[in-house]
Ligand binder design. Structure first.
Ligand SMILES: *[C@@H]1O[C@H](CO)[C@@H](O)[C@H](O)[C@H]1NC(C)=O
Length: 346
C-alpha cells in the first residue's frame, strides 16, 4: 500500500466517523442530548433582592446569596412533563450550620394539595464537619410519606463544582452526582399515585432553615459569616414543556418521553451500578426503607439489600446510632422530630 492510499483510507475513515457524529448531533439523537439553558432563556427569580441573585455576564451562571435579610431562589419559567434537570453546583464553605441549599423539581405552586416533588437538599454544618444532603420524593401530595435518604459525600462540595442531576421518566427516577447514580427509584404498580406524574418546574434556593437543618436546629445560621453564597452553572433543562392543567400528554411529550428512556443517563452501565452500590454502602447514613420504626412494612418500591439491612437496624440508621438515640431520647422528652434530627450528629 502506498503512503497516499493509507492516507486516503484513514482520511475517509475519519470522514465517516465525523459525519456519523455530526449526523448524531444534528439528527434525532441531538435532541436527546442534555441542553444547557441560559438564565434568560429558561428561568425566573423566585425570591431575594437583586443583590441576592447575581447572574454572570454570559448568563450561564447564577450566584445565590443568603444574608441576614433574605435568601434567594429561582425556578424554571416552564413546567416539564418528565425531564432531565441538572446543574453544576458549588456550595457555601466554612460555617454553614442552619443553611439549606435545595435543588429540586416541584409543582406545589399549581397543585397545592396533590403536588409532586423530587429533591436534592444540602444541609449545612458547623465548620470542620462535612456537608450532608438528602434526596426525597413526593407524589400526588404524599407528604405524610417521606422517602428520605441521607448521605455524606466523597468530596468537599464547597471546593469545586460538581454536577447534580435528576432524571425523571415515566418509568423511573435517578439521582446522579457527576456520573455516579446514587439513587434509583423504579415506578411500581403498587406505588401508583406516589410516583410523580404531573408536570414539574425546576427550583434552586438557598434559605435559613435554622429550626431543623443542622442537628435538628441545635446549630442556627450565624450571620457573622454572611453572606453565604452558592454558585450554579451550566443549567440543563431537558424535557417536554407542558401546560400543567392539560390532562393528557401531547404527542410531542410522548415522543420526548421515549427519548428520555434512551439517553445514556437512563441506562446505568455495570460500572456505574458498582459505583452506586459502593456509594450507598459507604455514604448513606439514613434510609426510610430500613426505618421500621417509621414504616413497619417498607413502602412497595423498597428493594431491601441484605448488606444494608444488617447495617441499618430498625432505625434506618447504622447500628452505632442506637446508643446515641437512647441517649438523646432521655434528654429530649418526647420531641420525636428532634430525636430524628439529633441522630444526624453522627
Ligand atoms: C391524586 O390524588 C387525588 C386526590 O386525592 C385523587 O383524586 C387522584 O386520583 C390521585 N391521582 C393518582 C394518579 O393517584
Amino acid at each position: 500500500m502506498k503512503m497516499n492510499d493509507q492516507f486516503r483510507i484513514s482520511l475517509s475513515t475519519t470522514t465517516v466517523c465525523l459525519s456519523l457524529l455530526l449526523h448524531l448531533l444534528a439528527g434525532g439523537a441531538a435532541a436527546a442530548l442534555p441542553r444547557i439553558v441560559s438564565f434568560r432563556n429558561g428561568f425566573t427569580q423566585l425570591f431575594g433582592s437583586d443583590t441576592n441573585l447575581l447572574r454572570s455576564d454570559d448568563d450561564n451562571s447564577v450566584r445565590l446569596h443568603l444574608d441576614q435579610y433574605t435568601g434567594a431562589g429561582f425556578r424554571s419559567s416552564d413546567l416539564y412533563n418528565h425531564g432531565l434537570f441538572s446543574a453544576r453546583i458549588k456550595l457555601p464553605s466554612d460555617y454553614t450550620a442552619g443553611i439549606v441549599v435545595a435543588f429540586y423539581t416541584s409543582n406545589g405552586d399549581v397543585f397545592e394539595k396533590t403536588h409532586d416533588e423530587l429533591d436534592f437538599e444540602f444541609l449545612g454544618n458547623i465548620k470542620g464537619k462535612p456537608w450532608r444532603f438528602q434526596t426525597n420524593l413526593y407524589g400526588n401530595g404524599s407528604t405524610s410519606r417521606g422517602r428520605e435518604e441521607r448521605y455524606t459525600l466523597w468530596f468537599d462540595p464547597s471546593k469545586a463544582y460538581h454536577r447534580y442531576t435528576i432524571l425523571w421518566t415515566s418509568s423511573k427516577i435517578i439521582f446522579y452526582i457527576d456520573e455516579v447514580p446514587i439513587r434509583e427509584i423504579l415506578r411500581t404498580n403498587e406505588k401508583g399515585g406516589d410516583f410523580p406524574s404531573k408536570p414539574m418546574a425546576l427550583y434552586a434556593t438557598i434559605w435559613d432553615a435554622s429550626n431543623w437543618a443542622t442537628n435538628g436546629g441545635k446549630y442556627k445560621v450565624n450571620y457573622k459569616y454572611a453572606p453565604f453564597a452558592t454558585e450554579m452553572t451550566d443549567l440543563v433543562l431537558h424535557g417536554c414543556i407542558s401546560n400543567p392543567l392539560q390532562q393528557l400528554p401531547t404527542d410531542n411529550c410522548v415522543q420526548m418521553d421515549q427519548q428520555l428512556e434512551t439517553i445514556h443517563y437512563n441506562n446505568i452501565v455495570p460500572k456505574q451500578r458498582t459505583a452506586m452500590k459502593r456509594f450507598r454502602e459507604k455514604y448513606m447514613y439514613y434510609s426510610y426503607c430500613y426505618d421500621t420504626l417509621r414504616y413497619p412494612v417498607p413502602p412497595p418500591e423498597c428493594v431491601i439489600d441484605p448488606v444494608l439491612r444488617q447495617r441499618f437496624k430498625e432505625t434506618g440508621r447504622p447500628d452505632f446510632d442506637r446508643r446515641h438515640r437512647r441517649h438523646s431520647r432521655k434528654r429530649s422528652h418526647g420531641l420525636s422530630s428532634q430525636i430524628y434530627e439529633i441522630q444526624d450528629e453522627d
